[in-house]
Design a protein around this ligand. Structure first.
Ligand code: URA
Length: 214
């Protein structure tokens, strides 16, 4: 199978098409199959569509860990870059590269996370400015960083935040007297959840997706 892929010119190492099965890779070689990074010798970068009732801890607790959905080698070298609650669905990024995940999770790096949010009560247009100027959360010093709120319908919004405080989205809406009834992450930085992935499915990121996190 590997030889067929080489023959079809589907395999690249560091962007160069490789046909020779004896080609030597190093720890840092980026190996791609059909444009997706597959190398297990180097770092790995994965997106997963998180189903409801799974958790982003590395160990199964009340619910199974999202990592248990993956049949993949050396799973113990992977970690989750930015956790979602058990009842939140959508884009989860999983990697072996700690520096890369730091760029996603550190509030200093300003990496936006976009959520589709359904609310218990209708929301007013005034909140766009309130979310943009920051919100005071219970038991938290200071204000949240500026967030982008887009109203889609009276009870459905898109919210982009660039930090990841505990239950942040739910707490932001609670602070303005509303309640999140459904939360789904669509996008992290420029990386959009692949619509081809049904809940529970995953794929390697393309090199372009990996490099888009800076
Ligand atoms: N904010 C939340 O409240 N929950 C999540 O899962 C993610 C962001």
């Amino acid at each position: 199978m590997a030889k067929k892929a080489l023959h079809r010119s589907d395999v690249t190492c560091d962007g160069i098409v490789i046909k020779d099965s004896g080609f030597q890779v190093t720890e840092n070689t980026v190996v791609c199959l059909d444009g997706q990074v597959i190398s297990v010798v180097g770092e790995r970068y994965i997106m997963l569509n998180k189903p409801v009732d799974t958790i982003c801890s590395t160990i199964d607790e009340v619910y199974p860990s999202v990592l248990s959905l993956m049949d993949i080698e050396k799973i113990d070298t992977l970690h989750i870059a930015g956790r979602l609650d058990a009842d939140t669905t959508g884009l989860v990024l999983i990697t072996s590269d700690g520096q890369w995940s730091h760029k996603i999770t550190s509030p200093k790096k300003d990496c936006g996370k976009r959520y589709l949010v359904e609310l218990a009560d209708p929301i007013s247009e005034d909140l766009v400015a309130v979310f943009a100027s920051g919100i005071e959360l219970r038991n938290e010093d200071g204000l949240t960083k500026p967030a982008i709120l887009e109203l889609l319908s009276p009870q459905q919004v898109r919210l982009t935040i660039s930090e990841g405080k505990y239950h942040q989205v739910k707490r932001m809406f609670a602070a303005v007297g509303n309640k999140v009834v459904n939360l789904h992450r669509e996008c992290v930085g420029q990386i959009e959840l692949d619509p081809e992935l049904v809940p529970g499915d995953w794929r390697y990121l393309t090199q372009e997706e990996v490099d888009s996190i800076s």
